[in-house]
Design a protein around this ligand. Structure first.
Ligand code: CP3
Length: 341
């Protein structure tokens, strides 16, 4: 495949940095918002034609260099038997772990509940343009577990989940093992069905001290990463909010690390193993500013891009709901118009 993203991941020289955005499909595109008027999120995920259509929308609408599978990190707890609904207020579990009796009994492992996702991947691979790789993903065990314990998504600060990690270390470790096992199965199936790059989202990794994060969760990251990389698939790790802990994202763990918007990209470059490439880290909220302000911020990346070919242009977290499409498109056009080398 003639892809600027895959070339960069292989260490080849390209004319400009490859570009894609976290949450590029399900939040910013007028074409997506129109589909959402007619279909629920579950429906769009579970219907392979709709899932493929939504996955591929950002290719033309924004002009990005890769597609990311239209799914969600919470399909794993769903396949562990937890009742899950996606509501206007975000994802809600029927019975969060914080309301369950301890000690917990073992969760189910129902990988067949993920089958529809592989049919969506097949459909995407069949219908995509031939220069567009497909990025697969799952949530890292810590982030998935914070949702499972807390039960309710968007507006939460995950207080109960964090307390649980401190109070119930043995239970936490058992849960991490179960999530990791199913996540590896899920990642390998995505690869078998044709995804070319894999990203692990650890959105909540900064919510506990680095030491505790490394003790409890880094072993699971290593296991998932090894399983993915053993197939030759490049592995991008997004430990959002991890601060100085980004130093631990060595080549043992990942091919690329996705830098959050809190960390200056030049600082991240100094902290991270030189063999590991970087992705990021424009603040996704910048799209709410005017074009002149956006351009000022974008210009700061030119030098970085000239000095660092192992870099993927992206945000430091996903698009927010309500992001103005015009400005998102402006960023994509701007990146393509610059002299990067
Ligand atoms: O562009 C894309 O949207 C790609 C597919 C994708 C979704 N979720 C679709 C989705 C991806 C990559 C995710 C990842 C995800 N899901 C993360 C990690 C990345 C991040 O943003 O931090 C997390 C923490 C979740 C959990 C989750 N799922 C939340 C908090 C919500 C609430 C609302 C929202 O938009 O974030 C969801 C639901 C969800 N996942 C929707 C979509 C399109 C919205 C569903 C709806 O509008 O009903």
């Amino acid at each position: 495949m003639n892809s600027i993203l895959l070339d960069t991941l292989k260490g080849k020289t390209t004319d400009r940095p490859p570009m894609w955005f976290m949450r590029q499909a399900g939040r910013v595109l007028p074409n997506y918002l129109a589909l959402k008027e007619k279909h629920s999120f579950w429906e769009m995920m579970q219907n392979k034609e709709l899932a493929a259509e939504v996955t591929l929308l950002p290719i033309d609408d924004l002009g990005v260099d890769a597609a990311i599978l239209f799914s969600d990190i919470l399909v794993i707890p769903y396949a562990m038997g937890m009742g899950l609904d996606f509501t206007d207020k975000g994802p809600v579990f029927d019975t969060p772990i914080s309301e369950m009796q301890l000690p917990l009994s073992k969760f189910k492992q129902e990988p067949e509940k993920l089958e529809y996702i592989y049919r969506a991947i097949d459909e995407i691979i069949k219908t995509r343009p031939d220069n567009i790789p497909l990025i697969g993903f799952c949530g890292a065990p810590m982030t998935v577990l914070t949702f499972m314990i807390q039960g309710l998504g968007s507006k939460s600060n995950f207080g109960d989940a964090i307390k649980f990690f401190f109070k119930e270390k043995t239970e936490t470790k058992k849960l991490i093992e179960q999530i990791t096992e199913l996540s590896i199965h899920y990642a390998l199936k995505q690869i078998e069905h044709g995804i070319e790059v894999f990203q692990l989202f650890d959105t909540n990794s900064g919510m506990i001290p680095n030491d505790l994060y490394f003790e409890l969760f880094l072993p699971s990251i290593k296991k998932i990463s090894k399983a993915v990389r053993d197939t030759g698939t490049p592995f991008i790790y997004f430990p959002k909010g991890i601060g100085f802990g980004i130093e631990e994202a060595t080549y043992d763990i990942c091919d690329y690390v996705s830098v959050d918007w809190q960390t200056p990209i030049e600082k991240a470059r100094k902290l991270v193993d030189p063999k590991v490439g970087l992705q990021g880290n424009l603040d996704p909220r910048l799209v709410f500013a005017d074009k002149a302000t956006i351009e000022e911020e974008l210009k700061k990346y030119i030098n970085f891009g000239r000095n660092n070919q192992n870099w993927i242009f992206n945000f430091g977290h996903g698009f927010l709901p309500g992001s103005p499409f015009e400005n998102a498109r402006f960023i994509c056009d701007w990146v393509k118009e610059q002299e990067w080398r």
